[in-house]
Ligand binder design. Structure first.
Ligand code: ADP
Ligand code: MG
Length: 276
C-alpha cells in the first residue's frame, strides 16, 4: 500500500474514555493495523482485562500466556510478552489476560505504581514508530499508568446522546497526571466513532464536539459499519477482513491524518528508537 510518513521518535498514543462501548478498542486495533499496513512498526498494549484488543488482533491470551499483567505487577520485561500479530507485518501486541482484573488492586501497594508501564516501555529496545494503548473503561490505576506512559491522548467519542457527559472527568485526570507525573501529556486527538450521517442527532453531536474541541477533532469520522463489528470475531481488523469497506477506508484516513499532522507539541518520549 501507499506509505505514510514515520515519526522520528516513537509516538505513544493513549486511547482513553472511561465510558464503555464508545469504540476505544475498535479504534486502537484498526488505527494500529492501518499504520502498520502502511509501513510503520506498531505495538498495541492491551490494558483492558477483557482483552478485547488481543482477541481482535488474533492473539492468544488465555490465562497462562505471558501478558501485560506480568509486566505491570511482576516487572517482567515488555519484550517477553510481546507477540507478532498474524497477517500484519510490523504489528505487535502485548496481550491482556484475565489476571489483569486484579492488577488495579495489586498495583496499589507496589513501588512506583503509576509509572510501571512507562518504565517498561522505556526499557523496550525494539524500534517502534507507534505504541497505542487500549485503556479499560475506568479511570483507575491502569488508565493512570497509560497516561503516565504516553504523551498523546486520543479520545474516541460515540455520536450518541450524552456523548460529552463524563468527559470533564477524563480531562481533569489528564490535567492531574500532566501536573504531577507527566508534563508531556496532552489531548492530541478526538475521533468521532459510529457516526451515522443520516441522523440529525449524529450531526448535532459532531457539531458540538467540533465546537468544544476544535483542532483536535480529526476531519475523518468513523461510520457505523457492520464490517467493523464483524471483524473481531474472525481475529482480524477490518483492514484485513474487508479492506475495501467504508469502515476500513475511514480508519485508514484517520490514521493518515494522525501520521501527517505528526506530534502536535513537543510531547515526545524517547523509547530507544534509532531512525534508519
Ligand atoms: P470500547 O473499547 O470503548 O468499550 P469497542 O471498541 O469495544 O468499545 O466497541 C463497542 C462495540 O461497538 C463493539 O461491539 C464494536 O464491535 C462495536 N463498534 C465499534 N465501532 C463500530 C463501528 N464504527 N460500527 C459498528 N460497530 C462498531
Ligand atoms: Mg475496549
Amino acid at each position: 500500500g501507499e506509505g505514510l510518513p514515520r515519526p522520528e521518535q516513537t509516538r505513544v498514543i493513549v486511547v482513553a474514555n472511561q465510558k464503555g462501548g464508545v469504540g476505544k478498542t475498535t479504534t486502537t486495533v484498526n488505527l494500529a493495523a492501518s499504520l502498520a499496513l502502511h509501513g510503520s512498526r506498531v505495538l498495541v498494549v492491551d490494558l483492558d482485562p477483557q482483552g478485547n484488543a488481543s482477541t481482535a488482533l488474533g492473539i492468544d491470551h488465555h490465562a497462562e500466556v505471558p501478558s501485560i499483567y506480568d509486566v505491570l505487577v511482576e516487572s517482567k520485561p515488555l519484550a517477553d510478552v510481546v507477540q507478532p500479530v498474524p497477517d500484519v507485518e510490523g504489528l505487535f501486541c502485548a496481550p491482556a489476560t484475565i489476571d489483569l482484573a486484579g492488577a488495579e488492586i495489586e498495583l496499589v501497594s507496589l513501588v512506583a505504581r503509576e509509572s510501571r508501564l512507562q518504565r517498561a516501555i522505556q526499557a523496550y529496545e525494539q524500534p517502534l514508530d507507534y505504541i497505542l494503548i487500549d485503556c479499560p473503561p475506568s479511570l483507575g490505576l491502569l488508565t493512570v499508568n497509560a497516561l503516565v506512559a504516553g504523551a498523546e491522548v486520543l479520545i474516541p467519542i460515540q455520536c450518541e446522546y450524552y456523548a460529552l457527559e463524563g468527559l470533564g472527568q477524563l480531562l481533569r485526570n489528564v490535567e492531574l497526571v500532566r501536573g504531577h507525573l507527566n508534563p508531556d501529556l496532552h489531548v492530541s486527538t478526538i475521533l468521532l466513532t459510529m457516526y451515522d450521517g443520516r441522523t440529525r442527532l449524529a450531526s448535532q453531536v459532531a457539531d458540538e464536539v467540533r465546537t468544544h474541541f476544535g483542532n483536535e477533532v480529526l476531519r475523518t469520522s468513523i461510520p457505523r459499519s457492520v464490517r467493523i463489528s464483524e471483524a473481531p470475531s474472525y481475529g482480524q481488523t477490518v483492514l484485513t477482513y474487508d479492506p475495501g469497506s467504508s469502515g476500513a477506508l475511514s480508519y485508514f484516513e484517520a490514521a493518515r491524518e494522525i501520521a501527517l499532522r505528526g506530534v502536535p507539541t513537543a510531547g515526545r518520549i524517547d523509547v530507544s528508537y534509532d531512525a534508519p
